[in-house]
Ligand binder design. Structure first.
Ligand code: URA
Length: 225
């Protein structure tokens, strides 16, 4: 209810004047004010609030908080990972653990930074014990990510790791077969690379990740021409 209407009713009430309200309006008054917009029409603030209150899958029971995404909401580069880990769940920001530090270095190598790109995950809540996201969890979260991509309107998406790549491309092929070529998420070109957590365990693959970043950069500059 608008403040002016609230004030009018309080005033009439104070004067002892009964107010006649149609039944359907009474029903509407009993309802909490909720944002009726569909997710596909939402702007950033309502979308972030909707995600923060999400109970679409059981992960809401074990999360500390949702991890919405961070960075430039008008970015050229959008980085999409898998799901928050323990540190991300605690801090409410994606890629803030050791893997995140490596991601920051990878971005720096191609002239980007955490502040210039937008970083999000397939899942907004941490799966317990860092297990892989279940298909129903990824499906429940998908609309949020799609809306984030639509709002950012990136020129390039970098899918980091198997889960992100498979979910975004709609395949079960391994990263080794998906990297090194151009895919698309809707109209947006998408490049796959290794997850930084994997690169920490297998540093010899860093060379390939560098090639992937260069490919992403060249796809982006082709699009700009
Ligand atoms: N791994 C991910 O895929 N995302 C994070 O936010 C952190 C670790």
């Amino acid at each position: 209810m608008k403040q002016s209407e609230q004030a009018r009713r309080a005033y009439l009430d104070a004067l002892g004047i009964d107010l006649w309200i149609p039944r359907d309006a009474v029903d509407a008054l009993a309802m909490p004010e909720i944002d009726e917009a569909g997710i596909g029409d939402m702007d950033w603030e309502p979308l972030e609030s909707r995600v923060a209150a999400c109970t679409r899958c059981s992960l809401h029971e074990s999360r500390t908080q949702t991890v919405f995404g961070v960075g430039n909401r008008d970015a050229d580069w959008m980085i999409i990972g898998e799901a928050p880990g323990a540190e991300e769940d605690r801090r409410g920001e994606p890629f803030v653990g050791r893997a995140g530090q490596l991601l920051d270095e990878m971005l720096k190598a191609v002239g980007q930074s955490r502040a210039r790109v937008f970083i999000a995950n397939i899942l907004k809540c941490r799966p317990p014990n860092n297990r892989d996201p279940k298909p129903d969890e990824a499906a429940a979260c998908r609309e949020y990510l799609e809306r984030q991509v639509a709002l950012v309107g990136p020129s390039i998406i970098l899918a980091v790791g198997r889960i992100a790549a498979q979910q975004l491309i709609g395949t079960d092929a391994p990263v080794g077969r998906l990297r090194g070529r151009r895919h698309a998420f809707g109209d947006t070109p998408l490049i796959v690379t290794y997850h930084p957590a994997y690169l920490l365990r297998s540093p010899v693959q860093k060379r390939k990740a560098w090639d992937d970043l260069c490919l992403a950069r060249s796809v982006l500059s082709e699009g700009a021409r």
